[in-house]
Design a protein around this ligand. Structure first.
Ligand SMILES: NC(=O)c1ccc[n+]([C@@H]2O[C@H](COP(=O)([O-])OP(=O)(O)OC[C@H]3O[C@@H](n4cnc5c(N)ncnc54)[C@H](O)[C@@H]3O)[C@@H](O)[C@H]2O)c1
Ligand SMILES: O=C(O)CC[C@@H](O)C(=O)O
Length: 474
């Protein structure tokens, strides 16, 4: 490459009118909705209503964008990236750290799901990386602060699989109440065991939801439709859906609920938030469900509570350690209590499939794929989880001598003055800057730039002491 790492090629971006108008109107991450698949089929893949006047941005350097997609990212996302002309390498599983480090050294874009740990140690080796796409909701697997401090944007799909998780939990509530999996397993083994003892309807029972965000609130609506009473506990004061009710403490929720289900993110405060003490506070004969993160429930404590009969059943979709790919890995060397867990009755164990439906994966592929393309091609950070959200309307063919300058920098006094001195020989048509913590993101479209000036602009911006990363798209 002619210039230091972390500047990038830029490819033609073919935009639909629909996208352009959404882009102009959207200023908040909450305004992002997962597009239906019919929308996604045309978006960024040569849609019928492409904006003829959109400027085709040219590469800054001559190399192609290299993309590494791990963990079986959906075809929709793969297509969006391949159709841009990027070099896309696709792997079905995640990679052990040493192999990940080898691969990540070259790539500009990486797409992962929940298994790939992008720690500071790994990201340090990612010399060319400009953006991470988490093709899922959770972003706890990425060191978001390290990424921001090094100008690497991180995107996710905040609610494309929420409905899938909520539906799985509904299925589990009924399955636990009826001991469905045990009866099915017995009959698979030839045993007819027709019992009604300790099998219940869910109508009239109380569901306690811990974490009333996208998934928790969706679940609340479904559970009430089936005749359950819903209470929830959340650190934020939230509007209750239907006739559900927020309770003031976790203990209040645990003491009142017949079913307790966890939908909190992985945070220091949520680590083992359901441990021995909380299990003791639950009603005798109640049920526990965890489809959030494996760190949230203390599993040895749950094993103890189930053996003692305090907890009548449980469903786990997530575990402290999960294998990198499919296979017979769920054993004691992965998690020391695995065989104890596997021996329990009325315990549903699923391999982190809460969001694994065709609908969810397809929508996630489209949403994250589009975010990545928009960031690589145009520097737009709308929806980023670790950088300020900055957006400018697209350059058009009527602006042939324009360049888009992106300057990610430390949020310290005096930077704008210095940047504008550098841009001062040109007309700054539009500019936006915003900060998030210690990192600020400046995007400016400048005119009267010919290609011979770009190297100079780039080098002068790179020489500023506040610089984290400079990109110039033209
Ligand atoms: N099993 C799966 O396949 C699967 C799929 C999607 C998401 N998830 C997990 O589920 C989590 C929740 O997803 P979401 O989309 O509903 O997230 P969300 O951010 O919309 O909601 C999380 C809620 O938890 C609350 N919260 C945070 N800390 C809390 C605490 N200490 N006590 C009580 N409430 C607290 C927040 O205020 C928020 O309302 C994700 O972070 C992800 O880890 C798992
Ligand atoms: O698909 C995955 O690997 C993760 C699913 C889920 O935990 C999420 O965070 O969206």
């Amino acid at each position: 490459m002619a210039f230091p790492a972390r500047h990038t090629n830029n490819y033609q971006s073919e935009l639909t009118l629909q996208q352009v108008s959404q882009r102009t109107l959207s200023t908040s991450p909450t305004s992002f909705h997962s597009p239906p698949s019919s929308y996604g089929a045309s978006a960024l893949t040569g849609g019928a209503i492409s904006l003829a006047n959109a400027k085709h941005l040219k590469p800054f350097a001559t190399e192609d964008i290299k993309v590494l997609l791990l963990e079986n990212v959906n075809q929709t996302g793969r297509d969006i990236l391949s159709n841009q002309g990027y070099q896309v390498e696709f792997l079905k599983s995640s990679l052990p750290e040493d192999q990940l480090i080898e691969k990540i050294r070259d790539v500009h874009v990486i797409g992962i799901r929940s298994k790939t740990k992008l720690t500071a140690r790994v990201l340090k080796e990612a010399r060319n990386l400009i953006v991470v796409g988490c093709f899922c909701i959770g972003t706890n697997q990425v060191d978001l602060q390290y990424a921001a401090d090094h100008g690497i944007a991180v995107f996710n799909s905040p609610f494309s699989n929420s409905r899938s998780v909520a539906e799985l939990v509904i299925a589990e509530i009924i399955a636990l109440a009826r001991q469905l999996c045990d009866r099915s397993n017995e009959l698979h083994n030839g045993t007819w065991n027709k019992v009604s003892s300790k099998c219940w309807e869910i109508r009239g029972k109380t569901l306690g939801i811990i974490g009333y965000g996208h998934i928790g609130s969706q679940l609340s609506v479904l559970a009430e439709a089936m005749g359950m009473s819903v209470i929830f506990y959340d650190v934020v004061n939230l509007m209750a859906m239907g006739t559900s009710r927020q309770v003031p403490t976790l203990q209040a929720l645990l003491e009142e609920s017949d079913f307790v289900t966890c939908h909190v993110p992985e945070l220091p405060e949520t680590k083992r938030m359901i441990g021995q003490q909380q299990l003791e506070q639950m009603k005798k004969g109640s049920y526990l469900i965890n489809a959030s993160r494996g760190s949230v429930v203390d599993i040895p404590a749950l094993i103890h509570a189930m053996r003692s009969g305090k907890i009548a059943g449980a469903a786990l979709d997530v575990y402290p350690n999960e294998p990198a790919g499919n296979g017979d890995y769920f054993n004691d060397s992965l998690n020391p209590w695995a065989s104890d867990l596997r021996s329990l009755k009325n315990l549903i164990l699923t391999p982190h499939i809460g969001g694994s439906t065709e609908e969810a994966q397809s929508a996630i592929g489209i949403e994250v794929g589009q975010n990545l393309v928009r960031y690589v091609n145009e520097g737009i950070t709308l929806g980023a989880v670790n950088l300020p959200e900055v957006n400018l309307r697209s350059l058009t063919m009527d602006e042939p001598d324009h360049a888009r300058v992106i300057f990610i920098h430390r949020n310290v006094p005096g930077v704008l003055r210095k940047v504008n001195e550098i841009l001062g020989d040109h007309n700054v048509d539009k500019q936006m800057t915003d900060s998030r913590g210690d990192v600020a993101y400046l995007m400016a479209d400048v005119s009267s730039v010919d290609t011979s000036m770009i190297k100079d602009l780039y080098e002068r911006l790179e020489s500023l002491s506040s610089r984290i990363m400079t990109r110039i798209l033209y």
